[in-house]
Design a protein around this ligand. Structure first.
Ligand SMILES: O=C(O)CCC(=O)C(=O)O
Length: 259
């Protein structure tokens, strides 16, 4: 899809899909990275592999700075690009949790709310294994505050909160089924979520939140990753140093000797 078509669907629907955004080998390494992290952090649920576990990881830096991803991101946010958060939401067979309906922007300390998400499929993502679902056009809705959400802190869903079901009309819902290596891109205001994994297959997704460097991340000590272009003087974002690959401490990956 050419850039103007990508932009047009994103503006109208709030999301767009790019097939084969990365090659199968890199998708397989991403899937292996989830397994490696779960061995390293055996007490973590696979839906909760958050930014702080990833921000100093050489494979993560290699992946999120891949030019194929940044070329897509540049279409939406321009040439000065940073990553403010990465989060694997991986769902084990039969056990993977649901994500309640929400708008991402509700949770984020960003000013302005200029940000886009790449959702990268490390495995196939299907209706059966709990693919992401979106309500097209809802990026034009008002952004709800945290106080307006329903807290559902029962340990059975990924975010512990969500939009009250009475406020959801899911008659136009789209299931975003992806093959490993595909990505979807979504707007921070679109209403989306996903069901539990009821299949015998893993679903491994990586959410990547990219900002133009003009967006201020208002969270003390939060490390972002500068990926393309320049930081903006006066926007007080912190940027992580490029990590060095240390055998035994990090997952080995293609090209890790250059890190
Ligand atoms: O991975 C999922 O199932 C949901 C993703 C999501 O909620 C997000 O990207 O904000």
């Amino acid at each position: 899809m050419i850039a103007t078509d990508l932009r047009q669907q994103y503006d109208q629907q709030g999301y767009v899909i790019v097939r084969n955004a990365i090659d199968p080998d890199l998708a397989a390494e991403t899937s292996a990275h989830v397994d490696w992290l779960l061995q390293k952090y055996p007490d973590m649920r696979p839906e909760q592999l958050h930014h702080e576990l990833l921000v100093d990881d050489p494979f993560m830096h290699r992946l999120v700075g891949d030019d194929r991803l940044l070329d897509i991101v540049e279409t939406f946010i321009g040439p000065n690009i940073a990553l403010f958060a990465a989060h694997y939401i991986a769902k084990r067979p039969y056990d993977g949790q649901e994500v309640l309906w929400h708008q991402d922007g509700t949770y984020w300390p960003l000013e302005p709310m200029e940000v886009t998400t790449i959702w990268l499929a490390a495995t196939d993502s299907t209706v059966e294994n709990g693919c992401m679902r979106v309500l097209p056009g809802t990026q034009h809705n008002r952004l709800l505050s945290r106080a307006e959400l329903q807290e559902v802190d029962d340990g059975k869903n990924v975010l512990a909160s969500g939009i009250h079901p009475s406020q959801i009309d899911d008659s136009d819902v789209i299931d975003i089924e992806l093959k490993a290596g595909d990505v979807s891109i979504h707007n921070p205001q679109i209403i989306h979520g996903s069901k539990a994994n009821t299949s015998d297959q893993w679903r491994k997704g990586l959410t990547l939140r990219y900002i133009p460097t003009s967006t201020w991340v208002k969270r003390a000590e939060h490390a972002n990753i500068l990926l393309r272009g320049r930081s903006v003087p006066g926007v007080a974002n912190l940027y992580a140093a490029r990590p060095r690959f240390v055998p035994g401490e990090h997952m080995a990956f293609y090209g890790c000797e250059y890190w």
